[in-house]
Design a protein around this ligand. Structure first.
Ligand SMILES: [Zn+2]
Length: 280
């Protein structure tokens, strides 16, 4: 890799000269932005759950099979409230918006925390492939409608007692009466609703529109959990289009599996600093 300053200069030029911006974002972006799944924030907010269930971090806690729906929703309400319904945008997301807001952009993300939308990115130009903390679905996917959980989460938070929500506040599927789940791609029952397909189509339209143009692909915090969604396709796009450049920001895996030559500008430095330096 070239030295940091020259990579920043190259990346700034790529963004400045780009006709279009395609952003790809993974878990590493929200971690860098301050949504923590372990450490003090977890301990301070989940003390009662840690005591009762022995949780060591929020990520593994999301896989816990709660014995009752009352306990399940008490836990999820708190998680969703913290990571999805924050009123203030996360600073890093706002800074990224400032970096690209004068260009036409599209965002492909595996994050389910809606932080792009909260920061003020145009919702129409965001495709969140893996779900949304803010939506509920039938756990058996008997129908493909999603239900906003905003009001339920508020109620659940307020009425949680001894790590449980009241039984009469548990929601069941209005069609088949099965349990509900958060709309997250974790098993074969993930619901892709009409809106999901609409955004999927918009992404295809965007990819067609940018053919032959100058494009800056900015990939942030995308690891190897699901590399087939963003990481590998982005490399392929840059490999096939000489006027595309990939700015990859990734602490652990800045490298590319494809030889992209000078069309790859890779960073393994601090994400917040990189975005700040790209803006200056
Ligand atoms: Zn159902």
């Amino acid at each position: 890799m070239f030295n940091y300053e020259s990579r920043i200069e190259n990346a700034k030029n790529v963004i400045k000269e780009a006709d279009y911006i395609l952003i790809g974002a993974g878990a590493g972006l929200s971690t860098a932005a301050g949504l923590e799944y372990c450490g003090d924030k977890f301990k301070n907010n989940f003390g009662d759950f840690i005591y009762k269930y022995g949780f060591t971090d929020l990520y593994t806690a999301t896989f816990y099979d709660f014995p009752t729906q009352e306990e399940k929703w008490a836990f999820w309400a708190r998680l969703i409230n913290l990571n999805r319904y924050n009123k203030e945008p996360l600073k890093l997301y706002s800074e990224i918006l400032n970096l690209v807001k004068n260009k036409e952009y599209f965002i492909l993300t595996t994050n389910v925390d809606a932080q792009f939308e909260i920061a003020g990115f145009n919702k129409e130009n965001i495709f969140a492939t893996q779900g949304d903390y803010g939506m509920l679905q039938c756990s058996k996917a008997c129908h493909n409608k999603l239900y906003s959980n905003k009001e339920l989460v508020e109620k659940w938070l307020k009425d949680t007692n001894d790590c449980k929500v009241p039984s009469d506040e548990v929601m069941y599927c209005p069609v088949c009466n099965e349990e509900m789940d958060v709309n997250l791609r974790k098993d074969a029952y993930f619901v892709e609703d009409d809106y999901w397909y609409k955004q999927n189509d918009k992404y295809s339209v965007f990819l067609n529109k940018i053919k032959g143009k100058k494009v800056a692909l900015i990939e942030i915090g995308v690891g190897f959990n699901t590399p087939g969604i963003i990481r590998f396709p982005f490399e392929q796009l840059v490999k096939e289009n000489k006027d595309y450049s990939l700015i990859r920001i990734n602490k652990e895996h800045p490298e590319s599996w494809n030889d992209l030559g000078n069309n790859l500008i890779a960073f393994n430095e601090d994400t917040n600093k990189i975005i700040e330096d790209l803006r200056n």
